[in-house]
Design a protein around this ligand. Structure first.
Ligand SMILES: Nc1nc(=O)c2c([nH]1)NC[C@@H]1CN(c3ccc(C(=O)N[C@@H](CCC(=O)O)C(=O)O)cc3)C=[N+]21
Length: 288
């Protein structure tokens, strides 16, 4: 058996077409979606993201700014920049690239973002609303939201399914735990202290992996026909982008997201979608 490839590029294209239409309508009403990205230092995964995001934001004619600070930027400098964008009415969405260099307090930086402009849904107020299932008018992390869109596009149903989420980051694992639970899946969150990961993943109908370790998930760890979602972004020895899932998993899985071309393009498309949504909320407009 060969897994059906979940085409993130094609799905992202559909969403981007909708986003272009919504941006056109908002711009006619005098609202240009504004996205500010703050990157400190030179994390390689962040560099890919910033480049692709810039390209897409320009294509959609957003008001897009990227501030690249040196790796030794101070905490006060980063927070001052966040506060400047909090107060700027032309900016509706603020994204601080993760990870920050280790001398910076990521928690304090996230807390400084106005929750209404927190396009990554990292602020505890937004993450808390997601867990509490209060309303739908708050931002949710773009990668998790993009994965939910992919599952829905491929009509992969969630109620009662056993999902194993490998990785518990604030950006991916934690929001997905809430989103999948809210969608009535039975979710197990696995991480570096999990014992016998293979036994756990073999019991899953859906395995999602966001760890950042090439070949972490191998074919013996997957139940035949299972859905495998690869969020990994690693570079191999020859500089090629690879995920966390080994190549031979495609021989047993029912569905598989490729890297590149799977989750990555969905993250970008969802970021654009959510920036538009935040712009509409902040200006009393409705997008449909
Ligand atoms: N606050 C924050 N939010 C993030 O969402 C975030 C972050 N920090 N830090 C870095 C990681 C990494 N990330 C990527 C998103 C898309 C691609 C992407 O576009 N990938 C494409 C293109 C690959 C290529 O151009 O070679 C693909 O997989 O097909 C890559 C990486 C978001 N991240």
């Amino acid at each position: 058996m060969t897994a059906i490839k979940i085409d993130g590029r094609a799905t992202a294209k559909k969403i981007n077409a909708q986003s272009a239409e919504q941006t056109r309508k908002l711009t006619q009403k005098g609202v240009i979606p504004g996205l500010a990205v703050i990157m400190v230092g030179d994390d390689p995964a962040s560099a890919i993201y910033v480049r692709n995001k810039e390209r897409k934001a320009a294509k959609l004619q957003f008001n897009s700014v990227v501030k690249h600070l040196p790796a030794d930027a101070s905490q006060a400098e980063v927070i001052a920049l966040v506060q400047r964008y909090n107060e700027d009415p032309q900016i509706h969405a603020i994204l601080v690239q993760s990870p920050l260099p280790s001398h910076l307090d990521e928690e304090a930086v996230v807390m400084a973002i106005d929750p209404r402009k927190d396009v990554d849904g990292l602020h505890p107020e937004n993450l808390g609303q997601l867990f509490a299932q209060v309303g739908e008018d708050f931002p949710v992390a773009c990668t998790p939201k993009g994965i939910m869109t992919l599952l829905s596009q491929y009509q992969i149903s969630l109620p009662g399914k056993r999902v194993v989420m490998v990785g518990r980051s604030r950006l991916v694992g934690k929001p997905l735990l809430a989103l999948l639970n809210n969608a009535n899946a039975t979710v197990t969150l696995a991480h570096r202290h999990t014992t016998d990961l293979a036994e756990l993943t073999r019991s899953a109908d859906i395995v999602i992996v966001a760890v950042g370790q090439a070949d972490l998930i191998t074919r013996e760890m997957i139940k035949p026909g299972a859905v495998v979602i690869d969020v990994g972004m690693n570079r191999d020895a020859s500089g090629q982008l690879t995920g966390d899932v080994a190549k031979d998993v495609e021989d047993v899985a029912g569905y598989l997201t490729p890297v590149p071309g799977g989750v990555g393009p969905m993250t970008i498309a969802t970021l654009m979608q959510q920036t538009i949504q935040l712009a509409a909320w902040q200006t009393g407009q409705v997008v449909d």
